[in-house]
Design a protein around this ligand. Structure first.
Ligand SMILES: *[C@@H]1O[C@H](CO)[C@@H](O)[C@H](O)[C@H]1NC(C)=O
Length: 252
């Protein structure tokens, strides 16, 4: 049973690995000079004023000349703007973004179980090769007779917990509808904060995730199925009641 599982998980791991390492993470193609977001910006600015809201110049990527969505980020390592940028993975030598994020999480899950089944297979093998009398005798026998196999088990036991942690971290972010990049940099992303008056002359920054689809289940479906993570949800105005009106009349 374990052997069968292992034989199933290994090609699955390799498949996900190849997909994520070699596939496109969701790159926004760079735009040539003369037909870039700069010219479009100019057109909007030059157009008769009034009806069109001016675009946010800060969203212009000055390397690839595209207008970045709120979840698009320029990746320094690969030199490209990636939609729904999560992070750059050193092991895969690729960015994790809109087009490979699901496969990346899939890889982390499958990878963990591949390692667990391999450790179990190694254990069963050594059990049948070295008759068990006492733990130290058995352990010593394994190390001296099968050093390579022992080393592989040790490497698994060191790395598998990390893979599990990564899987749990990613699952948590999926439930919250956040990316790793947003988790690290949200303090400087204005769209995650609203200003609320908490008293005369006092206001505080309140965190609210505009991409949150309402519940953990909805965010899971959004990630695995609907794939509208880039879409913002209309936020209900924070309940401030009558206080806000009163407070706002006094300026300090
Ligand atoms: C990593 O990816 C870049 C492209 O983004 C490529 O040029 C480079 O050769 C890759 N490095 C390795 C070790 O595969």
């Amino acid at each position: 049973m374990t052997a069968f599982l292992f034989e199933l998980l290994v090609p699955l791991s390799l498949g996900f690995f190849t997909f994520v390492a070699l596939g496109d993470p969701g790159t926004v193609p760079a735009r040539p000079q003369g037909n870039s977001a700069v010219e479009e910006l100019m057109k909007v600015i030059d157009s008769p004023a009034g009806d069109i809201e001016p675009p946010d110049i800060n969203r212009l990527c000055t390397t690839t000349w595209v207008m970045k969505g709120l979840r698009t980020k320029y990746c320094v390592q690969t030199g490209a703007c990636v939609e729904e940028f999560d992070h750059y993975c050193v092991w895969l030598n690729n960015t994790i973004g809109k087009a490979n994020h699901r496969q990346f999480v899939g890889l982390a899950i499958v990878e963990f179980f591949t390692q667990v089944t391999h450790v179990r297979l190694c254990m069963v093998t050594v059990m049948s090769l070295i008759p068990y009398q006492s733990f130290t005798q058995w352990m010593w026998g394994a190390i001296t007779s099968y050093p390579l196999l022992t080393m592989i088990v040790v490497i698994h036991c060191v790395t598998a917990p990390w893979v599990l942690m990564l899987t749990l971290h990613q699952s948590r972010l999926v439930l919250m509808n956040l990316t790793t990049n947003e988790m690290m940099n949200m303090h400087r992303y204005e769209h995650f904060w609203t200003i609320r008056q908490i008293g005369p002359g006092h206001s505080s920054r309140i965190f609210r995730n505009p991409f949150n689809k309402g519940s953990g289940v909805a965010n899971c479906l959004d990630f695995w199925w609907h794939r509208t993570r880039w879409q913002m949800v209309a936020q209900p105005q924070p309940l401030e009641g009558g206080c806000q009106k009163q407070c706002c009349n006094h300026s300090h």
